[in-house]
Design a protein around this ligand. Sequence first.
Ligand SMILES: C[S@@+](CC[C@H](N)C(=O)[O-])C[C@H]1O[C@@H](n2cnc3c(N)ncnc32)[C@H](O)[C@@H]1O
Length: 352
Amino acid sequence: MCGGDGPHSYVRNSSYQKAAIECAKGKIKEAVLEKLDLFHMRSDLSTFKVADFGCSVGSNTIDTIQNIIETVKLKYQQRNIKIPQNHLEFHVFFNDKLNNDFNSLFKNVSRSIYKHCFIVGVPGSFYDRVLPRNTINIGHTSYALHWLSKVPQDVCNKKSSAWNKDSIVCSDLVEEVSNAYKVQFKKDMGDFLGAREEELVPGGLLIMSGMYLPNSVPMAHTWKGVAIDMIGDCLVDMANSGILSKEKVELFSLPLYFPHMSELEVVKQNERFSIEVFERVIHPMEGLPLTNDFIASLYRAVFHGLIEEYFGDGVVDELFDRYATKLATCSIDFQSRDKVLQYFIVLKHNVH
Ligand SMILES: C[S@@+](CC[C@H](N)C(=O)[O-])C[C@H]1O[C@@H](n2cnc3c(N)ncnc32)[C@H](O)[C@@H]1O
């Protein structure tokens, strides 16, 4: 994600994700009030611990954490739980990758800091353990699990039948490519749940929001698939103009994957968690026509770091100038595109 608070930053260009988070707010509140069992949760109830995995730089993570904190306070009141000195304290863990702009996150959090709330930045991949065992009462993640831990190896191997020759994302049009992404997603989701299982206290909740596709819909038929592939077309144009190496462009694929509904079975199969909520949510902007500027700003903020890391500095401006022109000439017909759906899942770490 693009850090800081400049015109291209994630903070200023994440209203799409924010709309989805707003939509989940009521559901999170409901889940915490109904599913959090404070009496059977094996942990010290005077310090309640919350973690957001893949938090980025704000303000979405801050809004979500505040919603969780307010709801937990309400739950304590409803259950009449008495705390020594009468102060329920919160320990909040913000996790993201090492290269996340944690400085901006801390500045944004400190502007809205909550009394009796202590915050910590936790750099590291959420596909591994990032917190001590048995610490977290509520874990949360939104719009992060479509980022795989890596691009599947064969997808970037010209000799493999899974080489993703014609796309920079899993378009679901080439079976071998799809299979390589599917295997990686399954492993990653298993690793994510395995790590959280150790970090959550028995009885703790794991709240997950993210994107998926109906079983029969290939990514290439959604507006997101089309929009991302246009970025790939611009990279090819830049290679043809001698600005980028052809070889590098041919081997570039994103570690991004939207699973199909059936692939979310991996969540249901994990026996250490019980499924408390498993719902489909429609993004409030899905199906609405988005402006070209909006799409370009959204993807620039999201892909900036990754593109710079792979192609080097100074590429992003040129790429997204070309992208704006491409979007203007081949505008996306939102009405005729298949929908990307959202899942809202709440798991409870089983008490043994
Ligand atoms: C689209 S942003 C979503 C941020 C925020 N949760 C929201 O809803 O606005 C995805 C975030 O996940 C983070 N992320 C991706 N893979 C990750 C990993 N393996 N470990 C930790 N964070 C990761 C990215 O760095 C990015 O900040």
